[in-house]
Design a binder for this molecule. Structure first.
Ligand code: ZN
Length: 86
């Protein structure tokens, strides 16, 4: 049986790691986060919405925004970890 993973957005991936990679930018999965996908969401926020940080902060609220900024260095570590996995 070939490898297969289905993202919450409906896309099917047959290569290990491909879905994880996709989820970094998948807005659908972003909205249905488990603890695992929270990492991808954070990466997305850091990498893709850096310039929209102010807007994101408004959306997330003050508490989350502080948390997001505070974990910036941790996100870099996460990014490296994901890169090594994928
Ligand atoms: Zn997806």
């Amino acid at each position: 049986m070939p490898y297969s993973e289905t993202c919450t957005c409906g896309r099917i991936f047959t290569t290990p790691g491909a879905m994880k990679n996709h989820q970094n930018s998948c807005t659908t999965s972003k909205k249905r986060l488990s603890a695992v996908l929270a990492n991808a969401k954070e990466l997305f926020a850091v990498q893709k919405a850096k310039r929209l940080e102010v807007l994101a902060i408004r959306r997330l609220g003050c508490e989350d925004s502080q948390d997001l900024v505070g974990r910036d260095s941790e996100s870099s570590l996460l990014s490296n970890a994901v890169s090594s996995i994928t």
